[in-house]
Design a protein around this ligand. Structure first.
Ligand SMILES: [Zn+2]
Ligand SMILES: [Zn+2]
Length: 349
């Protein structure tokens, strides 16, 4: 079968012919319906090496945001049927530690000892016709949702969902939330999740006018261009001068972190979701009192089920730009240039 693989660190991905996967005992093979392309793939392609990712050496297939249909079941797998549509949970933990037992494999306590982090993150991912999944605990039945609609939810939906859920107690009536990078794949989902789950005043921030438009089309109440030197003042104005209860930085670069710290209010949450690797200097005086700063990574299997439930009820929907597997290498160039609207999704079939 064809697969889009990273062959060498810090180089462009290549379309290659690879053997079809066969499920061993306890494993499943998924016929891929769709595989999303994530901003983090660009960091993986451009900046990472084996030192970043548990000493993994390429080649491996990209694509950590996947959904499709069960193609075959390994010996001993029960509870699923061939042909059944499923979403694939992306972070593959050890399955036995305390956090994995709570379905929070994103925070597996044995992460440092795992062979890799998941499909597309060291193991072969979904940018191929088929995907091997090591355990049935990592797939979630889809019900009526089509795989192409579900794939982006497994990361672009789940990651902001988790970040928002931990701050729900701050997002009551009269509250404000700033979403930095609101016009991106995660951002336009974050805005919809906030609208579905909270009455908060949503302030979208993006570098592009088109990004602000996308965020507003999906429910943001205000849009602020981050390139504007008055961005922080404008946001403070929109929050009545106090700053926002919650700031989600879906980028995580130096300028976005600086802006985030300037506009988070007293007692607020500044949550760094984006992995651009910027630095936020923290001192007693660098932000308002009792601000909590946290990083988050993905979400739990249970939260993925909740995200799918929101989509099944029609409350959230990823805006998708579709590509074939042959177009996938060029798709990453478009993503890098900021020219993809919503989420880029590869449909291999
Ligand atoms: Zn991702
Ligand atoms: Zn674990």
């Amino acid at each position: 079968m064809k697969a889009l693989q990273i062959v060498k660190w810090k180089s462009a991905p290549e379309l290659r012919e690879v053997p079809d996967p066969e499920p061993g005992p306890g494993e499943l093979v998924i016929r891929v319906g769709a595989a999303g392309a994530c901003g983090s793939d660009l960091h993986l392609l451009d900046e990472w090496d084996s030192g970043t990712l548990n000493n993994v050496e390429p080649p491996f297939t990209l694509g950590h945001e996947n959904a499709g249909w069960i193609d075959s079941l390994g010996v001993g797998v029960t509870g699923f049927e061939v042909g059944q549509p499923v979403a694939v949970y992306g972070p593959w933990g050890c399955g036995t530690c305390k956090n994995c037992r709570l379905s929070m494999e994103n925070y597996c306590l044995n992460l440092a000892n795992l062979k890799a982090w998941g499909g597309g993150l060291g193991f072969n991912g979904g940018m191929a016709e088929k995907l091997l999944v090591p355990s049935s605990r990592l797939v979630v039945p889809l019900g009526d949702l089509e795989p192409i609609k579900a794939a982006p939810l497994s990361d672009a939906g789940l990651t902001p969902y988790h970040a928002i859920k931990r701050s729900m107690h701050l997002l009551g009536a009269g509250s404000s939330v700033v979403v930095i990078g609101a016009g991106g794949g995660l951002g336009h989902m974050a805005v919809q999740i906030l609208r579905a789950m909270t009455p908060a005043n949503i302030i979208a921030v993006d570098t592009r006018e088109s990004g602000l438009k996308l965020a507003k089309d999906h429910g943001a109440h205000h849009g602020v261009l981050s390139s504007d030197e008055n961005a922080a003042a404008e946001i403070l104005d929109l929050t009545g001068g106090n700053g926002a209860e919650v700031v989600l930085d879906l980028v995580g670069a130096n300028p976005t972190l600086k802006l985030a710290a300037e506009c988070v209010g007293l007692g607020g949450h500044l949550t760094i979701v984006g992995i651009a690797g910027g630095t936020l200097p923290v001192s007693y005086f660098s932000q308002k009192f009792e601000v909590s700063i946290a990083t988050t990574y993905w979400g739990s299997v249970l939260e993925l089920m909740e995200v799918l439930a929101l989509a099944e009820r029609g409350l959230i929907e990823a805006q998708i730009t579709q590509f074939t597997l042959d177009e996938a290498p060029a798709m990453y160039d478009k993503l890098r240039a900021g020219k993809v609207v919503g989420r880029a999704v590869v449909v291999p079939g």
